[in-house]
Design a protein. Structure first.
Length: 207
């Protein structure tokens, strides 16, 4: 944003409150023996007032990547929780109206909810959704999960696949998701491919 006398004012990136809460609960569920360690960054005061910023979250994600398969288990669980809590908080009228829609329109509505969750992760994260028949593609730019210094062997954006598939499942559309492209592996944009109507409703799988 341009300020007085042509000065460029940079807006500091911010993390949505939901992500911190979901990561904390997911660590409690998946890595309970490590919870005390991670509460150095995900502390109760910050969770309560929503003041946990990008620095602490980046630290948490960095340490989670050293936990072996614990990283995937935690971020996938966090993504499912984010979808579950968001949809539970929707007005009952909206949930009911979505449930009356034909499957394709219901899938589109669910993916719009998922896109909103993705955008809430960080103010720098952008997303777009394309739906064609029984398939959908979710593209994420500037993924907070995938901002790493060195290329990774495996995708880091399982959170988004879990958000998308759980949002669909919670709104009555079975689906299966996989990471097609990850910024941390290939660079560029993270891409999640969704099979709408697939039988494994709650399973987000990384390619």
């Amino acid at each position: 944003m341009m300020g007085d006398h042509g000065r460029i004012i940079m807006t500091e990136a911010r993390v949505g409150r939901l992500l911190s809460a979901c990561l904390h609960q997911a660590i409690m569920d998946m890595l309970p023996q490590r919870l005390e360690f991670y509460e150095h960054w995900l502390n109760s005061e910050g969770l309560r007032d929503g003041s946990i910023g990008i620095g602490p979250i980046t630290a948490v994600l960095g340490f989670l990547r050293t936990e072996g398969d614990g990283y995937d288990r935690v971020v996938s669980r966090a993504g499912r929780l984010a979808a579950e809590w968001t949809i539970a908080s929707l007005p009952s009228v909206r949930r009911r109206s979505i449930s009356w829609l034909p499957t394709r329109l219901r899938a589109w509505a669910a993916l719009r909810v998922a896109a909103g969750i993705v955008r809430d992760v960080s103010t720098t994260t952008k997303t777009s959704v394309k739906v064609r028949r029984r398939a959908a593609k979710v593209s994420i730019t500037s993924s907070l999960f995938c901002s790493v210094r060195e290329a990774q062997q495996l995708p880091l954006c399982g959170f988004y696949a879990a958000v998308a598939t759980e949002s669909l499942a919670r709104l009555g559309v079975p689906a299966r998701g996989r990471v097609e492209q990850c910024r941390a592996v290939q660079g560029g944009t993270c891409t999640i491919v969704i099979e709408i109507g697939a039988s494994s409703a709650n399973q987000a799988i990384a390619a």
